[in-house]
Write a protein that binds this ligand. Sequence first.
Ligand code: NAD
Length: 493
Amino acid sequence: MRRVDDATILSRGAAVESFGHIIDGEEVPSLDGTTFASIDPWERAPWATVALGSAADAHRAVDAARRAFDVGPWPRMGYVERGRILHRLADLIEAHGDELALADTTDMGKPIAETRGHDVPRSAQNFRFFADHARLTPAETFPMSTGHHAYTQYDPAGVVAAIAPWNFPLMMETWKVAPALAWGNTVVLKPAEQSPASATILGRLAREAGVPPGVLNVVHGYGPDSVGSALTASPLIDRITFTGESGTGSAISRAAAENLTPLSLELGGKGANIVFDDADLDQAVPWSIKAIFTNSGQVCLAGSRLYVQQGILDEFLARFTTAAAELRTGDPKHPDTQLGPLSSREHFDKVVGYLDIARSEGGRLLGGGTPDGWTVLPTVVLGASQQARVTREEIFGPVVVVIPFTDEDEAVDLANDTPYGLNAMLFTRDLSRAHRVSRALRVGTVWTNCFFVRDLRAPFGGAKNSGVGREGGSYSREFFTEPKAVVMEIDHR
Ligand code: NAD
């Protein structure tokens, strides 16, 4: 965890913007006035001062959200009216797209082409999709033969704590906030301390869109012994939705157990990418490049274990390493950059540490290298075993382990031999094999001949240590509502 005090900011003198909490519709400083610096990982200097919340600030936000839920208009509004406000918020996200994209890019180093071209449009789409989904989804009726009739009512669950990671800041936050709001809940959002800015901007835009005070609160701060743990331990919270590391997910589960608070956990991954010898390499190579090097590999869904069928190994590797070397690295604020720096000094050290581990485990590194700053170039690890740490642990950087296989059964066994189960990719022209292997993989999502293509109605989440529960479409409704059975007598004769 990175803690930076004001002295750092003052000594560098570079911080120009400031971001407060959003509580009860107002942008406010912390109760004790404390701030922290957000570091631009390309410049390696602070660029913003951010209110540093404590448990007291978290409680203030929870109280506001509780009031807004218990007596405010939001849960009592119709879907049409709520939907209109959420679509207005989506419009504002689009109108402020450059500001939001730059905030995430400056906070954590993701290329602006991705934040502007993908993350921001997806964030607006999250609000549009869930607003429409809540308005249009029918509830069930159960005609009974006893002279009774039952139906389902999806009541809002209450106050939602949403705790987000830094790798897709605005996109992951809106993936939680949008369905929670669409179903009539109120929210306290805690963004990651490495990427706070876009959440405050989102809170400002929500106010402008007409979201009532207290309905969307944003509190900045750290996880343990800070805002994060105050939220997860609060008895006033009705749902916790968390995305982050699997270890953090365990800690949050323990905290939530005290109050029996239901939770949804989207956790780490070590995705298998299986390339069969009948694959169309013109498709498989560019998708495999995207799968591991997008966002410098800081993607839970990254295809970081690349299993290639023996017969095409040499050709695949030649094409893959050439394409990797052609990725344009540099300043993430430059529109042509494809690979920016890692998100922080601490994370850079972690990823570089794994390169040393790979070598010590007998791995041979192709590509790679660390130019100035916190950038790690695309790295291919050959010769690492299935049991090596680099094959089993989530590195969360532009580092891919390549392991050959001989047949379909072996590929499935290798892919499933991991504590994680978020996703897998497979490349083949054989339709039957694609279905067979998809069924055999113990993961939440299988992408065949593609990667990261999403339909927001589909379930999203992980098997094994990659998560608990699913979100998306009706799965989000299950989590963010309290489904109620209403049974009525309709004929008492
Ligand atoms: P992290 O677990 O370190 O932190 C995530 C959030 O949890 C942050 O806001 C942090 O402040 C907070 N937090 C930390 N400890 C806490 C505690 N004890 N109580 C309450 N809150 C706490 O994760 P990260 O480094 O920000 O994100 C990277 C991880 O997220 C990777 O493991 C990645 O695979 C995972 N991820 C998963 C998905 C998914 O959909 N499954 C998506 C994106 C990222």
